[in-house]
Write a protein of this length. Structure first.
Length: 197
């Protein structure tokens, strides 16, 4: 009997891109990527049905092949996060819009646990600062490009260089984000290593 293969392929990517483009109110693939990254890093278990409903705008008639493609995408991101090989899919040629969509999805996925951890009275200041810095950097591109260019104009920064620096910093923070969330969750006492991770 064959095991289910969860390798995320180009065919899965094409299927998801096509499905998401036709589904009104659904995330696009870059938003799904950011959202799944945040969910995978979460100390709170989220049922598959919950996250699928969010990214598909509550599609109750999701085709089996599309569901399988979402599961393969989730598995691919998860494998990369927990082997510390996660890299943002951006490069120097990536559009601002692509980065913005990833950050928007990330914010939707991270908000529930980020606020809970940040507001925990027992979270040490050092971890609180690290959590704020990493989350702000990963969500940086949720800002409108015009806001970033305006900031650059006020500070004298060169927009292309500043944006490239922010993308590089986001990539660095992404690789260790799951470990940071785990450390913060365990340190503040809201989660137990045995039962929650």
């Amino acid at each position: 009997m064959n095991e289910l293969e969860f390798n995320y392929t180009e065919a899965h990517q094409r299927l998801l891109t096509e499905y998401l483009s036709m589904r009104e109110g659904a995330f696009n693939l870059a938003q799904v990527s950011g959202y799944l990254f945040a969910q995978i890093c979460s100390p709170d278990a989220v049922e598959v049905e919950q996250w699928v409903a969010i990214i598909t705008a509550d599609d109750n008639a999701l085709a089996e092949d599309v569901m399988f493609a979402f599961m393969a995408f989730h598995h691919d991101i998860s494998e990369r996060v927990y082997t510390e090989q996660y890299r943002l899919e951006w490069d120097k040629k990536s559009s601002y819009t692509c980065r913005q969509h990833w950050s928007q999805g990330f914010l939707v996925g991270a908000e529930p646990y980020y606020e809970k951890l940040l507001n925990a009275q027992t979270l040490p200041d050092e971890l609180k600062q690290a959590l704020q810095m990493a989350t702000e950097q990963l969500s940086f591109f949720s800002l409108a490009e015009s806001q970033v260019r305006e900031y650059c104009q006020k500070t004298g920064a060169v927009p292309m260089e500043f944006i490239a620096q922010q993308a590089e910093l986001a990539s660095e923070f992404a690789n260790g984000y799951a470990q940071l969330i785990e450390a913060a969750a365990l340190s503040c006492g809201l989660y137990d290593a045995e039962s929650d991770f």
